[in-house]
Design a protein around this ligand. Structure first.
Ligand SMILES: Nc1nc2c(c(=O)[nH]1)N[C@H]1C(S)=C(S)[C@@H](COP(=O)(O)OP(=O)(O)OC[C@H]3O[C@@H](n4cnc5c(=O)[nH]c(N)nc54)[C@H](O)[C@@H]3O)O[C@H]1N2
Ligand SMILES: Nc1nc2c(c(=O)[nH]1)N[C@H]1C(S)=C(S)[C@@H](COP(=O)(O)OP(=O)(O)OC[C@H]3O[C@@H](n4cnc5c(=O)[nH]c(N)nc54)[C@H](O)[C@@H]3O)O[C@H]1N2
Ligand code: SF4
Ligand SMILES: [Mo]
Length: 762
């Protein structure tokens, strides 16, 4: 691959003057004199923004990274995770051989050859299936991997194993938004490209910490504001973007639909709705309007813990804009009413005619690297590739025709990931193959989840690193990383892009090869006779032809030529579809649906025993379960341990000082961590970052209650008690005291700026 190196020199010069990058230490490999042989164009492996990057290869190794200026979204920017991601590739912790417990559950994991590992897996899966039926084996998949692999997992489960139980970690992520999109708009994708932010007069961000979780998108928010766009932020914590918002709404966790209904109430009262749009392009308005009448600002303010005038002001700012965007993320979606919350947000956009124009729309900010593609290509319990329905006779028949199987052979709907846990405990699911997820950090109520995985007769994990979950497996197969394969992902915009391979995986196999080899040993090799990821992609394209997420017109070449292609793209001469709903919504009648969604409180409300609301989420330095980012020295140093964020009023009341050890207790469990006393969180709310495992895991505390339709857990709201701990917890005793002091110092320094600069919530 020949690349004009002058752009890199220019880029490096820019970095010297650009604050954002100055804050990011330059990895040492950038400074060495190694002669770079190749610059491999690819994308970041972490979040859904999928920033374009070059991996720098020297002597057969990935030695560094450069941001790509030619990718239309990040334009030469990367966040701290992106600049350090390359350090995973040759990390000493990489698994290089299969590991197996040779003498039963109590024996240690020992290195074995691939043949022995694969034969054991096949033999044990077959034993379980013979004794207890095909559905006794489940597949638990993930979305931070390519479309090709996500697609392959769905086909592997249904065709090679013949089980109906396949689902994935997106269930824990944006599945509420999927539910809302499907019910109200008919298409499960962001309505707008991110660049639409530059055409908006108002952007309403609710439940999304854009600054820390989608850092590169933040630059679009700032540019929009520079052009006069108003920014409204609703979050129980004053996140970095909330500090620059025109209006900050520090709402009580779990009360989003009340706020949104209240805003609709004001819009109606003040005549800020678009009656032509409602009449011509929607159905169900009368019911939504009637319901909104019951949400006057005074009532809403009481429920949400806000001032009534703030609700009115939010509605005015939003309703008076010519073009307005709403962005939601997990703050609003990780709730037992997550789908309702999404529907209530969509109601606002529909009532004001904010769809199908530049700068007008509603989108969820999809989180995982391939969180968009992963939810379309058929690794969900009820889904076939292309967002087809597993219970739809036509969809079944079509996919069977592509796969070359009989309709009776295709299993029906299985359990969503969160319902696999009770099924394991009931011994209904007895074996599991898990890839690209670390549920023993990421599932709610971890003590129960751990019992479930331990109760399996046989458990296989495929991961590049020994995760907390892999520690429990009977066989661990080394997985590959993004730098070690070719394949596509679909970014949070709905843009299909492509990873290119920089180096070979250390264990000699790519995941798709491992899966195909397992299929062959299960006697189904004829259905998995791919020679490359491209073969898999071409079959995926065919599966999606004419379906809701249509990739038929997208080829590897076209992705490279166009800098990505937005689906739907029904034919090779079609340019792709950056903005949805310009003419019609995704239902046969072309109209969107209003939904009347009454506010229902979270499943657990504070009481005398558990007086706080506990919420959980992310920090900029770590990605999800932390199994990757906790191994990268710079990221680890910046946030080595979890903490408990609380307001100084609460701290004073309980006699807690910044840095004290505190214990948080809920109905599920307890954990001890240092207190971080701030003014940037509601005084009734606690926050713990969830990127840590074992006794440092926030999910020891969280409520496993599920949203009824999509079965997503309520990670964002549960009742909790807080007290000073008598001393450090076990985990702190076993680490170097000096390291701990340094970490606490750094943690204090981080939000110190925030503590000084907090304007009072308006
Ligand atoms: N640095 C980093 N970036 C990431 C990730 C990561 O792990 N680390 N993960 C990626 C993934 S998979 C995802 S899903 C996204 C997640 O991206 P976000 O959803 O932005 O991140 P979270 O921290 O989970 O939650 C967002 C905000 O919700 C707020 N919140 C809590 N409760 C409520 C509530 O009841 N209502 C409202 N309105 N807000 C509430 C929290 O205070 C928090 O600021 O990030 C992606 N990007
Ligand atoms: N309390 C609380 N819990 C949460 C959340 C929260 O906000 N609060 N957020 C939830 C959300 S939004 C999400 S998305 C989930 C995510 O939770 P997880 O599914 O646990 O996410 P990851 O940490 O990305 O796990 C991916 C695993 O796959 C491995 N991996 C990465 N790439 C590849 C690959 O190409 N091949 C293979 N074989 N393995 C690979 C990584 O090493 C890692 O161990 O967590 C959820 N849990
Ligand atoms: S914003 Fe997301 S995709 Fe971009 S560099 Fe950071 S983690 Fe990677
Ligand atoms: Mo996520």
């Amino acid at each position: 691959m020949s690349v004009d190196k002058s752009i890199f020199r220019r880029r490096q010069r820019q970095q010297e003057t650009f604050d954002f990058h100055a804050a990011t230490p330059v990895p040492t490999a950038w400074e060495t004199s190694i002669e770079v042989e190749r610059y491999v164009p690819t994308h970041c492996c972490f979040c859904g923004v999928q920033c374009g990057m070059y991996l720098k290869v020297a002597n057969g190794k990935v030695v560094g990274v450069e941001p790509r200026e030619d990718f239309p979204l990040n334009h030469g920017m990367l966040c701290p995770k992106g600049t350090n991601a390359y350090q995973l590739v040759h990390h000493p912790d990489r698994l290089t051989q299969p590991l197996m417990r040779k003498r039963g559950k109590e024996s240690p994991l020992e290195p074995v050859g691939w043949d022995e590992a694969l034969d054991t897996i096949v033999q044990r899966f077959q034993e379980v299936q013979r004794a207890y039926g095909k559905d006794a084996v489940a597949v638990f998949s993930g979305s931070t991997m390519t479309n090709e692999k996500c697609y392959l997992m769905g086909k592997f489960a249904r065709v090679a194993l013949g089980t109906r139980h396949i689902d994935y970690n997106g269930r824990l992520c944006m599945s509420s938004a999927t539910g809302a999109n499907e019910r109200a708009l008919g298409i499960d994708r962001a309505a707008n490209p991110i660049s639409d932010m530059l055409h908006a007069d108002c952007i309403f961000v609710i439940g999304a910490n854009v600054g820390e979780c989608f850092p590169i998108v933040t630059s679009y928010l700032w540019q929009a504001r520079d052009r006069g766009c108003k920014l409204i932020v609703a979050d129980p914590r004053q996140t970095p973007i909330a500090r620059t918002a025109d209006l900050f709404l520090p709402l009580r966790p779990g009360t989003d639909s009340a706020l949104l209904n209240g805003m609709l109430h004001v819009l109606i009262k003040e005549g800020l709705i678009d009656e032509d749009f409602i009449r011509e392009r929607t159905v169900g308005w009368e019911e939504a309007r009637a319901l909104a009448e019951q949400y006057p600002p005074e009532r809403v303010a009481r429920v949400c813990g806000l001032r009534p005038e703030a609700v009115v002001e939010a509605a005015r700012l939003y309703g008076q804009a010519h073009a307005a965007l709403i962005y939601t993320a997990r703050g609003l979606e990780h709730q037992s009413k997550g789908v309702d919350n999404g529907l209530a947000a969509i109601n606002l956009a529909l009532a004001t005619g904010n769809f199908g124009r530049p700068g007008a729309g509603y989108s969820t900010l999809t989180g995982q690297g391939n969180g968009q593609g992963g939810r379309e290509v058929g690794q969900k319990a009820t889904q076939l590739p292309g967002c087809r329905e597993i219970e739809d006779p036509e969809d079944r028949a079509y996919i069977c025709s592509v796969w070359g199987i009989r309709e009776e052979e295709l299993p029906h709907a299985g359990y969503p990931a969160t319902l696999m846990i009770p099924a394991m405990l009931r011994k209904e699911i007895r074996a599991c193959l898990l890839i690209c997820s670390n549920p023993l950090v990421s599932l709610p109520d971890l003590h129960t989840a751990e019992r479930a995985f331990r109760s399996l007769d046989f458990f296989v994990v495929i991961d590049p690193f020994l995760s907390e979950t892999a520690e429990l497996a009977d066989v661990v197969l080394p997985g590959n990383l993004w730098a070690e394969e070719e394949g596509t992902t679909t970014s949070l915009e709905g843009r299909v892009i492509k990873y290119n391979q920089a180096v070979d995986p250390p264990a000699g196999r790519q995941d798709w090869q491992t899966i195909c080899e397992l299929a062959r040993r299960l006697g189904k090799g004829q259905y998995f006779a791919y020679r490359s990821p491209r073969d898999i992609f071409d079959e995926l394209r065919l599966c999606t032809r004419g379906a809701r997420s249509d990739y038929w017109g997208i080829t590897y070449e076209k992705i490279e030529e166009q800098g990505g292609v937005f689906w739907p793209c029904p034919s090779e001469d079609h340019p792709g579809t950056p903005r949805l709903y310009e003419e019609r919504f995704g239902f046969p009648d072309g109209r969107a649906r209003f939904h009347a969604v009454p506010y229902i409180p979270p499943a657990e409300e504070p009481d005398e025993t558990y007086p706080f609301v506990l919420t959980t989420g992310r920090v900029i330095y770590h990605y999800l379960s932390g199994n990757q980012t906790r191994r990268i020295p710079f990221l680890r140093e910046m946030a080595p341990y979890p903490w408990v964020e609380l307001h100084e009023q609460a701290a004073q009341r309980l006699g807690i000082a910044d840095g004290d050890w505190v214990t948080v207790r809920t109905r599920r469990g307890e954990m001890t961590a240092p207190a971080l006393v701030v003014r940037t969180i509601r005084p009734d709310t606690l926050f713990i970052p969830y990127h840590y495992g074992h006794s440092q895991a926030a999910n020891q505390l969280t409520n496993p209650v599920l949203e009824p339709m999509m079965k997503i857990p309520e990670f964002k709201v549960c009742a909790a008690a807080l007290e000073r701990a008598p001393g450090p917890p076990e985990w702190a005793r076993s680490i170097d005291q000096e390291q701990l002091t340094q970490a606490q110092q750094r943690r204090r320094e981080l939000p110190a700026a925030a503590r000084r600069a907090v304007p009072q919530p308006r």
